[in-house]
Design a protein around this ligand. Structure first.
Ligand code: NDP
Length: 333
């Protein structure tokens, strides 16, 4: 079977040559372990951080080691009393076609509830990020205006829809016509700004948010976030989720210094990591599942086929080439 290992730590934008595809024997499960055939591999922006050897909330991937990643797969051999052959499971097994599971992250999925790919997306880590980042960190109230960047992406698309469900005005920021049309027409956001077609993002935000911004859900950092911060209301909340525009930067980008404006506006900004809320995933997943069933929560996935395509697709994620939650399909369901 094939797997993808990290061979080099790129200082800037990754290249396919920073990864190597290896052919290795299928491993055998030990006591209390399962052998999983991976069906979906999740590709996520945080993986760029794991390629760096820098202090972080999580350890880096070692050179020559398999890239880490969330997976959904099928148990094909089991020495674990809690799992049998044929079970569909979520785990963090990395960029490989077969892997041994049995650690604390191993979780059975009920394929009758939703397509199994959603365990890596709307009903998985990105969905939980949107749910808790918006509701617990952003704390929107009905009638308020919520702005989210990377609005068509895995996290952003869910943020805006939950904001609407909560009775807020939802405004997205996304790159390109097709993404903005999807955000407005399919997902039902009130407005979406195409930052690639706007030379005055400040003015565009003022127009899209006539009552100002009460909650800014930041997925991107950089100039987009600068513009959003300039339009915050008094008592606004900023949910600091990620800064994807900076992930390939070789040096920190210097932008306008806007934190001073937080004083007069009594702004609260809080960074969070989705796993901070892990104890509360159960009820949140049930709520999200109910919203999906009733048609109030939609989702879009961008599925690439074959593990050999993973490095290229990951590089594209950091360039905005994905449209929806990026997944790699490694084998049949
Ligand atoms: P997405 O599905 O949103 O994909 C990434 C998107 O980011 C691209 O499609 C692109 O959209 C946008 N993007 C890429 N480069 C830039 C740039 N230079 N400037 C502006 N936008 C850019 O990814 P996710 O939903 O998985 O992740 C979104 C954010 O959430 C990331 O910052 C990620 O790190 C963070 N995150 C944080 C978590 C946490 O626990 N705090 C957990 C999960 C995700 P476009 O074409 O619209 O520009």
């Amino acid at each position: 079977h094939r797997r993808v290992v990290l061979v080099r730590r790129p200082p800037g934008e990754p290249a396919e040559s920073d990864f190597r595809i290896e052919e290795v024997p299928v491993p055998q499960p030990g006591p209390r372990e399962v052998l999983v055939r991976v069906i979906y591999l999740s590709l996520d922006p945080y993986m760029r951080g794991r390629m760096r050897d820098a202090a972080s909330y999580a350890a880096p991937v070692g050179i020559g080691e398999v890239m880490t990643g969330g997976t959904v797969g099928e148990v094909v051999a089991s020495n674990h009393p809690g799992f049998k052959v044929g079970d569909i499971v979520e785990d963090r097994l990395g960029w490989q076609e077969y892997a041994i599971g049995g650690g604390p992250a191993l979780r059975r999925i009920d394929p009758s509830l939703a397509p199994i790919s959603t365990a890596n997306g709307v009903l998985g880590m990105p969905g939980m990020t949107a749910y808790f980042g918006l509701l617990e960190v952003g704390r929107p109230k009905p009638g308020e205006t919520v702005v989210v960047s990377a609005a068509s992406g895995a996290v952003g698309q869910v943020v805006g829809q939950i904001a609407r469900i909560m009775g807020c005005r939802a405004v997205g920021i996304a790159g390109g016509d097709a993404k903005c049309a999807f955000v407005k027409d399919t997902l039902g956001f009130d407005a979406c700004i195409d930052y690639k077609a706007t030379d005055d993002l400040d003015a565009a935000l003022r127009a899209a948010c006539p009552d100002g911004i009460d909650v800014y859900f930041d997925n991107v950092g950089g100039p987009i976030t600068d513009a959003a911060l300039r339009n915050l209301n008094v008592h606004a909340r900023v949910a600091l989720c990620g800064s994807i525009s900076q992930y390939n930067a070789t040096a920190p980008e210097t932008g306008p210094r806007l934190l001073g404006t937080f004083v007069g506006k009594r702004v609260t900004a809080r960074g969070f990591i989705v796993s901070d809320f892990a104890a509360h995933y159960g009820p949140a997943l049930r709520q999200m599942g109910a919203w999906i069933k009733s048609g109030r929560l939609k989702y879009r996935e961008d599925i690439v086929e074959g593990i050999d395509k993973a490095p290229r697709a990951f590089i594209g994620l950091l360039r905005g080439e994905n449209f929806g939650k990026l997944l790699v399909k490694l084998g049949p369901e």
